[in-house]
Design a protein around this ligand. Structure first.
Ligand code: F6P
Length: 326
């Protein structure tokens, strides 16, 4: 590949607050460095359909504070197939796009990794998902905002739970991972947190609550990660009802409201740094890598590592759940 003159940028998979801040940073860094920028709409689908739109510095004005993604997004089945990727490559070539920034999560990077094994247009990733489940970066764009949204909701649930001496099972997103559950559980003083990474903890609720029960807590909040092996909050609450007869139980599933809203300051700043670093990486001749943040420094992580390795939970936080709940 020769010198990069024109880059594409897309958002893919589930949207996350802060994606617009990342698009803005990519666009402006590229233009600052004399490159042309093409927005690819609807993720990989837009590559396959040549749904391209040139972006100028002003195209991303007034977007840093907006949730969702101005480029739209999609989960694209066709890009999983060789014919879909071939079409995408031909369209990129025809538009003279010689590098692409993919803002997305795990599935998006898997696609990018395969594409870069087959074709010579370099892809660089920016981690964008509320789930924070990508190995190689301490934070993904959208996680902090989603967490703050969950915390606000759970605080409100706590008010009504205390007023009526109730127990709430609150289900949060996170796909197969418990990062949102763990952080929001700690931040709201939840009495128990059920997460996929900790096997069997849905069965131990009674034990987990013993300390609180002794103190006659006026409310109990159990945070349930949607991906737990025991099922969602409804299923778990239903199963535990017989052994929790002394509690009045309610269930609340927070759902997609966790994905919306104006990005937090941290997500905006992280998105600005990562978007900038992604363009710098392309200019440095990198490909098949994700830009990440480790200990507040920018790092480059090969896609194959980012998608293969599981990002574990913060063990210190896991250890203090029970300590802080006496
Ligand atoms: O990956 C982001 C996420 O919000 C997950 O937390 C959740 O499991 C999934 O996307 C929901 O996907 P959809 O919007 O397709 O229902």
């Amino acid at each position: 590949m020769g010198k990069i003159k024109k880059i594409g940028v897309l958002t893919s998979g589930g949207d996350a607050p802060g994606m617009n801040a990342a698009i803005r940073a990519v666009t402006r860094t590229a233009i600052y460095n004399g490159l042309e920028v093409i927005g690819i709409r609807h993720g990989y689908l837009g590559m396959i359909n040549a749904n391209f739109k040139p972006l100028q510095a002003h195209s991303v004005s007034d977007t840093i504070q907006r949730g969702g993604t101005i480029l739209k997004t999609a989960r694209c089945e066709e890009f999983r197939k060789p014919e879909g990727r071939k079409k995408a490559y031909e369209n990129l070539r025809a538009a003279e796009i010689d590098g692409v920034v993919v803002i997305g999560g795990d599935g998006s990077f898997k696609g990018a990794n395969i594409f870069n094994e087959e074709y010579d247009i370099p892809f660089v990733g920016v981690p964008g998902t509320i789930d924070n489940d990508i190995f190689g970066t301490d934070y993904t764009i959208g996680y902090d905002t989603a967490l703050n949204t969950v915390v606000q909701c759970v605080d409100k649930i706590r008010d009504t739970a205390s007023a009526l001496n109730r127990m709430f099972f609150v289900e949060v997103m996170g796909a197969e991972s418990g990062h949102i559950a763990l952080y929001s559980g700690i931040a709201t003083g939840a009495e128990a947190i059920i997460m996929p990474e900790i096997k069997g903890n849905a069965r131990d609720i009674r034990k987990m609550l013993e300390t609180g029960n002794k103190r006659k807590k006026s409310s109990n909040i159990i945070i349930v990660a949607e991906g737990d092996e025991a099922g969602g909050a409804l299923a778990i609450a239903e199963r535990l009802k017989p052994e929790l007869q002394d509690y009045e139980i309610r269930v609340s599933i927070l759902g997609h409201l966790q994905r919306g809203g104006s990005p937090s300051a941290l997500d905006r700043v992280n998105a600005s740094r990562l978007g900038n670093a992604a363009v710098e990486a392309l200019l440095d001749g990198q490909q098949s890598v994700m830009v990440g943040l480790q200990n507040n420094e920018i790092v480059l992580v090969p896609f194959r590592k980012a998608v293969k390795q599981h990002k574990g939970l913060n063990q210190h936080l896991v250890d203090i759940i029970d300590v802080l709940n006496i």
